[in-house]
Design a protein around this ligand. Structure first.
Ligand SMILES: Nc1ncnc2c1ncn2[C@@H]1O[C@H](COP(=O)(O)OP(=O)(O)OP(=O)(O)O)[C@@H](O)[C@H]1O
Length: 332
């Protein structure tokens, strides 16, 4: 070994040690050629802005060494395995988005790191439901950075990809690419993605199943027969693709008159529960038809964020989903 290679090795070791200190132990091997340093930086689990800051800090710190003329930081990240739970319905307007928002918030309150993907190309409503209609996501590199909602849930929505007020009429590959942009984003330490699907069994559902196979699906239906027939179709789609249906939720069941208190069942009652039993799947719970649910949701203050009796049915449903996720990761 010549004395030149010896001192070069020494310098490289010194740079490696300095890099470790600057990056909090996240830097890896260093290559050094003609004063140019190439260093690997493990950015797994870091949000995009934190990654950029850490990378700049490493670069600037190493450039202070007189022997170093340039620094190239190669960011690496082990792809984080995220659990995806799809929320679907056979029919539109049954409260699927409302349920998705509230279970996402309830699951985050149970300690999960939750993000929301609003894949509903026909009526993206998460920006309103999560109280963040005003903000559009920025891109970092070739990926989007999710928008943080006031309820602690980062989210991305199809509505944010279209110009304000513009209808989205994506089909096939375009809808698939849009879904990819939302799902394969800078989700940082989020490990559970709730995906609010469009109603029915169209292109987005197929893309979802092909590219980002969900760990499980939740199906929302009203107690009406027609909605239930459509829900059964959605269930078949997931089951045929090998995606377990975690269970069914009955929404808009039982209406308490705010004036006389009489409880009536405008859409019938118990339909989804008996359908779930007939289809041999768990019933996750029932959410009543309540004007306050709509008013809170429209104002960007979801029932779960309000607490009290309004939050209860959603919290109970989220707890069942939480138990299901735990049983899956335990291999049960
Ligand atoms: N349990 C409920 N009680 C009262 N209003 C509700 C309830 N669930 C949902 N709503 C209201 O019904 C409307 C439709 O709900 P939502 O947008 O969640 O349905 P959806 O199935 O996602 O519809 P879409 O097919 O448009 O995506 C909203 O105005 C919502 O606030």
């Amino acid at each position: 070994m010549t004395s030149e290679t010896h001192s070069n090795d020494e310098l490289r070791t010194r740079i490696e040690e300095r890099a470790k200190g600057l990056s909090g132990g996240r830097s890896g091997g260093v290559r050094l050629q003609d004063g140019i340093v190439t260093v690997a930086l493990d950015v797994s689990g870091l949000d995009a802005p934190v990654r950029e800051d850490l990378s700049a800090q490493l670069r600037d710190g190493l450039l202070l060494l007189p022997e170093v003329t340039d620094v190239r930081v190669a960011m690496t990240a082990q792809r984080k395995a995220r659990t995806i739970i799809a929320v679907g319905s056979g029919k539109g307007g049954v409260g699927k988005s409302t349920l998705a928002t509230n279970i996402a918030i309830a699951l985050s309150r149970l300690g999960r790191k939750v993000g929301m993907v609003d894949a509903d190309i026909y009526g993206p409503s998460q920006p309103r439901l999560l109280g963040r209609e005003d903000t559009r996501p920025e891109a970092q590199g070739d990926k989007l950075v999710p928008v943080m909602s006031p309820h602690g849930i980062p989210f991305l929505s199809m509505g944010q990809l279209a110009k304000p007020g513009q209808a989205i009429a994506w089909r096939g590959p375009m809808a698939g690419r849009a879904l990819e942009q939302l799902t394969d984003a800078h989700w940082g330490d989020v490990d559970l993605l709730i995906v609010d699907l469009p109603p029915g069994t169209g292109d987005i559902q197929l893309s979802m199943l092909q590219k980002f196979k969900p760990a499980g699906a939740v199906i929302v239906s009203t107690p009406q027969d027609l909605a239930l027939i459509d829900a059964a179709r959605a269930i078949t789609l997931f089951r045929d693709a090998g995606v377990p249906v975690i269970g069914m939720v009955e929404n808009m069941a039982g209406y308490a008159c705010p004036h006389c208190g009489e409880v009536s069942d405008p859409f019938g009652n118990g339909g989804a529960e008996s359908e779930a039993a007939a289809l041999d799947m768990p019933f996750l719970g029932r959410v009543p038809l309540d004007r306050s649910i709509r008013l809170g949701s429209d104002a960007g203050v979801p029932p779960v964020a309000q607490g009290g009796s309004l939050a209860e049915p959603f919290t109970a449903i989220a707890a069942r989903i939480d138990g299901w996720i735990t049983s899956q990761s335990a291999g049960g």
